[in-house]
Design a protein around this ligand. Structure first.
Ligand code: NOJ
Length: 541
């Protein structure tokens, strides 16, 4: 069998489809090309990223308020092993140390997020501003700048103040737009003299779908068929409002840029000669990145989303579509609110058409009428969902170029995790992943896509949401069982460092020598480290 169904959507019917589709699929038509030796444009920005809840720890220190992730992770059974981000990497106390790691890599930028409840404990600015929280971000920003590292700052990486969830229902409620705008405005006021790259939301797809539709993420609501669409609607409006706030009040003084970071898996038709598969794959991408990008670049939801959700809502007997609508004023207000597009990309799926009956009510996943498949030969070294398919990255980037008018792009997340819950500093699969994905990005730049920067995800191993600490994405290994949370470089640090200093891949001979050099010392450090730890190596599947 060539194709494998993805668990979430895997039904007997799809399995049959997998088997039959597999027989017809012609792999020879998918020659994805060879490695491209060359360098990136001068000034290309190399970075690594993190987010507040995933790394800071200090969840209840110095006047910080509760976020929905504090409360969610403290409930039993929500996160793998009942892990929490209470202390995580303790980055709140390790600004100097983390900056030395960033310097070791010679990064041009560092992407981090501001915890809203750390600086506004209740979420509502007029209640109270926590100066201790402001001081922490001041010192992080100042230390980065002293070391010539550009801060790229995300305003919302999923940690909504709990009070706003309790009182108003979080992103289900339109009032979030103003509260978020006040928080963003405070950040522009206090940090905008030094921060020039702002990202309003990180991966709003996950906020909407996993927070309000499937409930796998905080706040854990399962508002099937409506929750995700409503949350997304308010998020898009909040993003636009914050962009306008910056544009009207701060841009001329501060000269920065405001963008959004969208997640986008690529969807490739199972059979590129089959019109139904082609349309299904297009729908998959439109329901994913297009859901947010189309309003922001063109003023409204993708036509295909309006059609599908509208038709299914009518079939359910609803008077209006479950997908909310923008008024014409809103459309023109939202259109063009993006100085750069951030893209978080990790993986690809094969897509085929699959019709879902509407009888039992609608849901985001059945509204799309698609089935996701994977090729079992794709490497899947880490998270269950993360197959390494480098060529999908180039296709996604070209899609963005043609659909949204060739915007400036910053890759805000790209990387791979590992399955083993034990020390593994010899991460050759991560070296391979970075090498090939970064190479596909280089090819996309040669295709004319305006990629200006790349952010490896992530600087450190950290709290991986509902997976707890079981999935490690870091360039640096963090020993979470030691309360000092020491960091150790994985071999990929050495490899990424060389890509950065060469600004790409100068020649085959050189690139091949990098891998040898990167892995030269990792096995001895691995043994040393393992000897000092109570190591248990457990497959986490
Ligand atoms: C996207 C999220 O933004 C990030 O926080 C997470 O670590 C990665 N996906 C990997 O799952």
């Amino acid at each position: 069998m060539l194709l494998r169904c993805v668990t979430r959507t895997c039904h007997v019917l799809v399995l049959v489809l997998c088997l039959s589709a597999a027989e017809d699929f012609d792999w020879t038509k998918n020659n994805h090309g060879s490695f491209y030796y060359g360098t990136f444009p001068t000034g290309f920005s190399w970075g690594a990223g993190s987010s507040a809840y995933q790394t800071e720890g200090a969840w209840d220190q110095d006047g910080k308020g509760l976020s929905i992730w504090d409360v969610f992770s403290h409930k039993k059974g929500k996160v793998f092993f009942n892990d929490t981000g209470d202390s995580s990497c303790e980055s709140y106390y390790k600004v100097k140390e983390d900056i030395s790691l960033i310097k070791e890599l010679k990064l041009n930028h560092y992407r981090f997020s501001i915890s809203w409840p750390r600086i506004i404990p209740t979420g509502i600015k007029s209640d109270h501003v926590n100066e201790k929280g402001i001081e922490y971000y001041d010192s992080l920003i100042d230390s980065l700048l002293e070391n010539d590292i550009t801060p790229i700052v995300t305003l919302y990486h999923w940690d909504l103040p709990q009070l706003l969830q309790d009182k108003y229902g979080g992103w289900q409620n339109v009032s979030m737009i103003n509260y978020f705008n006040e928080f963003a405005n405070l950040c522009f006021e206090r940090f905008g003299n030094r921060v020039k790259y702002w990202i309003t939301f990180n991966n709003p797809w996950a906020v909407a779908v996993e927070g309000y539709e499937t409930g796998e993420h905080a706040p854990g609501l399962k508002l099937r068929g409506t929750g995700a669409y409503r949350a997304a609607h308010h998020i898009i409006k909040a993003h636009a409002k914050v962009w306008h706030t910056y544009d009207t009040h701060w841009r001329s003084k501060q000269n920065g840029m405001v963008g959004i970071s969208l997640a986008g898996d690529w969807g490739e038709p199972v059979d590129i000669t089959n019109q139904k598969d082609i349309e299904a794959a297009e729908r998959y991408v439109q329901f994913y990145m297009g859901w947010f990008a189309t309003p922001i670049f063109h003023g409204d939801y993708p036509q295909v989303m309006k059609e599908f959700v509208g038709r299914k809502s009518a079939q359910q007997g609803l008077g209006t579509s479950r997908l909310p609508t923008f008024s014409s004023q809103e459309r023109s207000y939202i259109k063009g609110t993006c100085d750069f597009l951030g893209i978080g990309h990790f993986t690809t799926r094969y897509i085929t058409q699959k019709s879902y009956p509407t009888g039992r009510g609608g849901a985001y996943f059945t509204d799309r009428d698609v089935a996701e498949l994977v090729d079992p030969r794709w490497p899947d070294p880490g998270s269950e969902w993360l197959y390494a398919v480098p060529w999908g990255f180039r296709r996604l980037l070209n899609f963005v170029k043609t659909q949204y008018g060739n915007p400036d792009i910053y890759i805000t997340e790209n990387g791979v995790s590992e399955k083993m819950m034990c020390t593994e500093l010899c991460d050759d699969w991560r070296i391979q992943y970075f090498k090939e994905y970064i190479n596909e990005m280089l090819k996309a730049i040669k295709d004319g896509v305006n990629v200006k920067g790349y952010t490896a995800w992530s600087l450190l191993d950290k709290f991986e949401w509902d997976e707890g600490y079981s999935e490690r994405f870091g360039l640096y290994y963090v020993d979470f069982r030691n309360h000092k949370k020491p960091r150790y470089p994985k071999a990929s640090v050495q490899f990424y460092k060389r890509i950065i200093s060469a600004n790409g891949f100068p020649s085959q001979r050189e690139v091949e020598s990098w891998k040898r050099k990167a892995t030269e010392t990792c096995s001895s450090s691995n043994q040393l480290l393992a000897a000092g730890l109570y190591i248990f190596c457990k497959r986490n599947t």
